[in-house]
Write a protein that binds this ligand. Structure first.
Ligand code: IMP
Ligand code: MG
Length: 178
């Protein structure tokens, strides 16, 4: 295990079980009407890749860049969305795929923007939920697990751009960021 990781929050096996379950829930809900999956960069890239490979419908995939953290461990509150064309999203049923829902500011900013760009419906899929510092009225439609109020990395999630390639989710030791 990486020396900067305290405890493992989700093992590779647990992640894979979660993804099987969520993929089943999504297929059940969308049936003959495949959604457009929109992954929020960068944290969701591995989760999204694993999730869509378990979906048997002909779903579309796209990405949006959203960031609020910089190199810190608490949200800065202001969410930056990468500028791009939203034309491909118009009239679609989308599932926003996120790594972790914390204050909720990122997802509510993205949701508001997507609706204003003409998306038909939006559901939220997040691997992890930390409900303790929620500041926006938002909750996940598809959720992996709720976790304690820790700073976690791995499986796409970073601290200062490191640890994204760990295959599991682990708690980052406090001495690394304090
Ligand atoms: P929110 O806007 O506060 O809900 O922030 C959500 C974003 O913050 C997520 O997309 C993550 O990128 C990041 N984030 C929140 N908690 C953690 C964490 O424990 N580790 C890594 N990134 C986190
Ligand atoms: Mg993120």
């Amino acid at each position: 295990m990486n020396k900067d990781i305290g405890t493992i929050i989700l093992s590779e096996k647990q992640i894979s079980e979660i993804i099987d379950r969520i993929a089943g829930e999504i297929e059940n809900d969308y049936k003959d009407n495949p959604p457009l999956f929109i992954g929020l960069l960068k944290g969701s890239f591995i989760f999204l890749a694993d999730l869509v490979r378990k979906i048997k419908m002909p779903a579309e995939v796209d990405f949006l860049a959203a960031s609020s953290y910089g190199n810190r461990t608490v949200t800065s509150g202001s969410v930056k969305l990468g500028e791009r064309s939203y034309e491909n999203f118009i009239g679609k049923d989308v599932i926003i795929v996120e790594d972790i829902l914390d204050s909720g500011k990122t997802l509510s900013a993205v949701r508001e923007r997507l609706y204003s760009e003409g998306v038909k419906s939006i559901k939220i899929c997040t691997l992890l939920d930390k409900p303790y510092r929620r500041m926006a009225d938002i909750k996940a439609d598809y959720l992996g697990i709720e976790i304690p109020d820790l700073f976690v990395v791995g499986y796409g999630m970073d601290y200062a751009e490191k640890y994204r390639n760990l295959p599991y989710v682990g708690e980052l030791k406090a001495e690394i960021y304090s």
